[in-house]
Design a binder for this molecule. Sequence first.
Ligand SMILES: NC(=O)c1ccc[n+]([C@@H]2O[C@H](COP(=O)([O-])OP(=O)(O)OC[C@H]3O[C@@H](n4cnc5c(N)ncnc54)[C@H](O)[C@@H]3O)[C@@H](O)[C@H]2O)c1
Ligand SMILES: [Zn+2]
Length: 364
Amino acid sequence: MKEGENTLRVELGRRSYPIYFDGLRQICSHPVDGRIILVVADAVTAQYSGLVTAALTGAKAVSTWVFPAGEASKTLATAAEICQAALRLGCGRDALFIALGGGVAGDLTGFAASIYMRGVDFWQVPTSLLAMVDSSVGGKTGVDLPNGKNLLGTFHQPAAVFIETDFLRTLPVEHMAAGMAEVIKYGVALDGDFFAFLERGPEFLAARGDQDFLRSIIRKSCCLKAGIVARDEFETHGAVRELLNFGHTFGHAVELLSGYRLPHGVAVAWGMTAAGRLAVRLGRWGEAEAVRLQALLAKYRLGREHCGCPGVAAEAVLAAMRHDKKNRSGRLRLVLPAGIGQASIVDDVADADVLAAIREVLHD
Ligand SMILES: NC(=O)c1ccc[n+]([C@@H]2O[C@H](COP(=O)([O-])OP(=O)(O)OC[C@H]3O[C@@H](n4cnc5c(N)ncnc54)[C@H](O)[C@@H]3O)[C@@H](O)[C@H]2O)c1
Ligand SMILES: [Zn+2]
């Protein structure tokens, strides 16, 4: 991965692509020959689709396709609707799909782009913090099934990522916190210095309006993610990309059990807390480290009072965790911390320990 002042390059051979941190300005300087379908969630349409369309100065034909915001739209049916709309618009194999929105718009549009006429180019224009720091980079696309999240999907790298931090001004507080969960994930799983930087960072409300802080955490997160993706594009069994799933096996389970009421990032924060407690039980790290993690989560509105799952039983969480794609031969594969900035895969944890860790977090 190479760095310039406003650009970072994800190095993947012929699938390499730039991440621009001055997104709107860069969109203006990218001419596009084919038809463009701009896929956008209704919650962001009013604010930003006009700005992006206006920035597409080099484009010949741009059509906007709007879907209802939220995880409930991340389905095969919506992906098929996008493809049908593209067909009606006369999009050929030179078409460009653009995802404008949070992680749902990105995953959905990327998935549709990967299957439309056996694959067309797509751009990511993330508008949520979570999408800026995580989901817009790395090429994982997908949709959910009633049984679980992201059970259908592809690896399809975007042709470019255009990040415009100004878009965060309208992001609801709860989704700002959700994005911070993925930021904290990088600190715990990969980079202790980054974790300490976040500990010294501004409090949540101040952080929301602090453009310098936001820019630096977005840039650092993209840098860490791009580095991992360049080493392990397809999440090989036992290799580094799996570490980015820290908090996710527990998190996906409560996200599903909450009927997607909990935003993905908030569920991941809950999952990191549970994984942190399990790591204490297994002697992988100490109480002091688990407390540091808890304090950092609480600082960014991800403490237990913000990540509750009332009425959920520990056994139900464990049962839902068994659907995780990382599992092999029915054994849970968990990413557990071994220190701040260090994590590894564990696949031999007894159910009793997992249940005890879940109970600690559910009942605390
Ligand atoms: N592909 C990956 O690598 C990857 C990584 C992490 C998460 N994900 C996926 O991402 C999804 C979660 O993403 P998310 O948290 O961005 O959810 P989301 O896309 O549902 O966005 C959250 C909400 O905020 C709204 N919103 C977004 N930007 C806004 C803005 N600037 N102003 C006002 N409202 C705005 C959205 O329309 C939505 O209502 C999940 O489906 C998760 O599985 C994918
Ligand atoms: Zn995630």
